[in-house]
Design a protein. Sequence first.
Length: 494
Amino acid sequence: MHVDRHTKLIQAQILKRIAGLRNELIDLRLDSFPSKTSLQLIDVLLNVVNFIEGQVDATGALSVFSHSSAIEVTKALLIQDKILVEVSSRFLEAINGSKSDKNNWAVVSSFEKLSKEIFRRTQVLIHPSYDNNYSYEDLMRTLEELVTSVNNSFSDQSSVALSAYLATPYLIDITYPITDNLNTLNSVILGHELGHFVDEVNKLSERVFENFVDDLGSNIDWLAIKADLGIDGTDAKSEVKFYLRAVGNWLKEIISDFSATLMFGPAWIFAFEQVVMATETPMPSHLISSRNRSIKYPPSNFRMKLMVDFFQDWFPNYRENLLTGANSDVRDLIIDSLKEFDLLASDAQNSLTDELSGIAQFARRQLIKLLPEITESFRTISHNTWMMTEKDLELSGKLVHYLSERLPPFDVINLCNPENHAAHPEKVIVPRMQSVLCAAWLFAIEGSKNRSWLSNGNMQGITKGNHVLLDNLISKALEACSIAHIQDEHRFRN
């Protein structure tokens, strides 16, 4: 077979791209990262690049392409070039963003531990997004598609199964707005993104939605549904699919909200109100009621209503829990913070009377009907150590005191005499990230009004991460938590 000049030019271009990409990956290998996930991903990508190089070089030798036409060879080369562009644009951006100098080690370490409580063999990348969004994606699927493309594009070859390099079923990629700089208070919002992982691992929304569709399909009168919803057009089934899609999408968001609520309790709900809702861009009314807007996300007030109700149902004694551990000097502060929490619940109640488009009205009605099943689905999760407990709430109340004294909200709680705790490590409690961040938000909501504590007394400054002192105190506490838990795991293994 004769390889034409055009094919050779493509080959040379790809080999040049490979050389540049390999050098970039090798340079990244020398960087510092808060998680070993970044280094493992670099190694996988180096294997992909090396494999592609071997295949592209083979086009020059012609031996493995003796039965292929020039067009087939060119097509195979172009596929490899596309894969290299994908590696450069998608994965390198994530790896570059996950460097130590761009992230908070304490936050990344804490969320990595939390993700492994959801599913033990999980790798996590956390990094800023230039799209200025919080987001979640399972990168393993993208990586598997990339590896499959590499292996399949040269179908005549017995290619190396690069998937063998993948050591975990999940490689989750979580991003946060680059303007946020992952301040410790706002890191609670990552709980919602991690909630999508909870949903994926346990197939919560999938199971609930399947039951919903089965029930609907067995009982539905399409003409009646059409009349009830006021659907225009003659094909009711065709129109109803948009309504069902809205229920499915809303279900995923609500389950992620509930997961974050179980991770961080009041902290997530305060963060949702102070950060997420406060920074939402108001949509023109004609867009709010449009089909696309209604299908994708539930209204924020409605989400808030469901989260507050879910939290109060799951933790009926949360007030007592928070106040049990609180020192007398901060009890009033916590009580005032809980009053703010009550106001959120009251305001959210109005969401049930919000004017919505037909699709959104339908989705809201169905979600309310599905709430008991959604709640029960969380109770069936066997690996649930990622969930907050009543003890975590009690520790949150206790840790608020430290912030009031300008100290990191961290303490090792001894349940026996100090001189005996070395002999009884099981009686030593190390606060978890959940308790630290819950205490931080309880303090931020009301403690910020204490102008003698803050240099500017500006609550808005705290929620946006502009108050360096509070951010540093929380970071120090999270670092202490991470180190203490690493020591515990080491002691347990030995």
